[in-house]
Design a binder for this molecule. Structure first.
Ligand code: HEM
Length: 425
């Protein structure tokens, strides 16, 4: 960790969005929190946005109804300069998803999907997540080394979400490829990403159509999430086929790279903090799962997958942390900065798996609070517990300075995580 106290009052803002920043953004966030907690910044795409870095401001902004999620409120959208949102989503007609809309539409769609995507749905899915986790570890356990991103953190969530949605097993490798394209090129060339988004969208639209027809033809009900979404739409409330496709897509999109990075960043943080890792292994060996539960929350706070919350746009003039924000201005809440705010968290740069009073913002806050949090927690707990139990001496097989982080704007995660361990006999 760099010395975050070096920046004196007169010092300039550290450079943002460089490779050094991607490797360790926390010193720059400490500077922003202290010297410019609501700062207008030019993003790599050329779009200007306000970065909100203090916990109290961040929490308030996330729940402020004057900040809209609808990109049409972006002042630059009108003259075609706005480059926000999911690549390819405009052409693919995916605009009506939860992260792009406000009440009352948001309320209606969220209620419908919440009926389908219940904590019970997720709990029922636990044995399958365990099975997937073990299968993936089987793939490399005898080798004594692996790239945990490529072989573990990346495939687990994509197969899990495909299973949950009801994508047949034989088609899931297509999703793996499309998702791979999205994750490899996130923040890079957009053509391939847009094509992958289009293919996913077309596949999902077709799958929804087929499931709707087969549901109508049969008495039995499938348990998958797409069937549940269709049923929710058929009980008096309205969910169009297009909305169902956008919903399935946003579940995939929001639930995939985030979970990859929860597992990747989480494992990396444990490997860099041997005392905490040993503490967790001892608890797991004793059958005590409580430290695992608080530990996952702490890993989300300490180095979570979502560095910046998704876009918000001012629908009227407002003040955040004493700074005036004009109508149409984009606001980006920096979750990673807020979650290291010393005004809110004691010793914020220390990883403490047993941390209490840990109301981090890693899943957001307010009406857009992460819908998939129960699934993410299930996947995170299963992945880390199984990894540390089956490969107890797992260790980093690279110099931390040589590891490369993805330079995307919203997400924070490693490109590769090489590890070694005693091969499973
Ligand atoms: C929303 C984080 C996993 C589905 C959000 C938001 C955050 C977040 C910060 C709010 C964004 C904002 O307010 O701008 C995470 C993290 C995850 C994770 C850190 C993993 C560790 C998942 C999973 C799913 C999911 C597994 C689904 C399968 C969603 C959806 C929303 C959302 C649908 C939009 C909710 C709404 O607008 O009402 N997530 N997420 N997420 N997340 Fe997650």
């Amino acid at each position: 960790m760099h010395d975050t106290t070096a920046a004196g009052p007169g010092s300039a803002c550290p450079e943002l969005f460089t490779w050094e920043f991607a490797a360790d953004p926390y010193p720059a966030y400490a500077w922003l929190r202290e010297h410019a907690p609501v700062r207008r910044t030019t993003l790599p795409s050329g779009v200007e946005a306000w970065l909100v870095t203090r916990y109290a401001d961040a929490r308030e902004a996330l729940a402020d109804p004057r900040l809209s999620k609808n990109p049409q409120h972006h002042s630059e959208a009108a003259h075609g300069k706005g480059k926000v949102g999911i690549p390819g989503e405009r052409s693919a007609n995916l605009m009506t998803h939860l992260l792009n809309i406000d009440p009352p539409d948001h309320t209606r769609l969220r209620r419908l999907v919440s009926k389908a995507f219940t904590p019970r749905t997720v709990a029922r899915f636990a044995p399958r997540v365990q099975e997937l986790t073990d299968q993936l570890i089987d793939g490399f356990a005898a080798r004594g080394e692996a790239d945990l991103i490529h072989e573990f953190a990346f495939p687990l969530p994509i197969y899990a979400i495909c299973d949950l949605l009801g994508v047949p097993r034989e088609d899931q490798d297509d999703f793996r490829d499309w998702a791979g394209m999205m994750i490899r090129h996130g923040g890079g060339p957009r053509g391939g990403v847009a094509r992958s988004v289009k293919k996913m969208r077309a596949y999902l639209a077709d799958l929804i159509h087929r499931k709707r027809e087969s549901l109508a033809a049969r008495e039995t009900e499938d348990e998958d999430l797409i069937s549940a979404l269709i049923r929710a739409s058929d009980h008096g409330e309205h969910l169009t086929e297009n909305e169902a496709a956008a919903m399935a897509f946003i579940l995939l999109f929001a639930g995939f790279e985030t979970t990859v990075n929860l597992i990747g960043n989480g494992t990396y943080a444990l490997l860099r903090n041997p005392e905490q890792r040993a503490r967790l292994q001892a608890a797991l060996a004793a059958g005590d799962e409580e430290l695992l539960a608080t530990g996952i929350e702490e890993l989300l706070r300490y180095d979570g997958p979502v560095e910046l919350a998704t876009w918000r746009f001012a629908t009227q003039g407002l003040t955040i942390g004493g700074q005036e924000i004009a109508v149409g201005d984009p606001v980006l809440v920096v979750l990673a900065a807020a979650d290291r705010d010393p005004e809110r968290f004691e010793a914020p740069d220390t990883l403490d798996l047993g941390r209490r009073d840990n109301q981090h913002l890693g899943y957001g806050h307010g009406i857009h609070y992460c819908l998939g949090a129960p699934l993410a927690r299930l996947e995170g707990r299963t992945a880390l517990a199984t990894l540390l139990t089956r490969l107890p001496d797992i260790r980093l097989a690279a110099d931390p300075d040589d590891l490369r982080w993805r330079g995307g704007l919203i997400m924070r995660g490693l490109r590769a995580l090489p590890v070694e361990f005693t091969p499973e006999g």
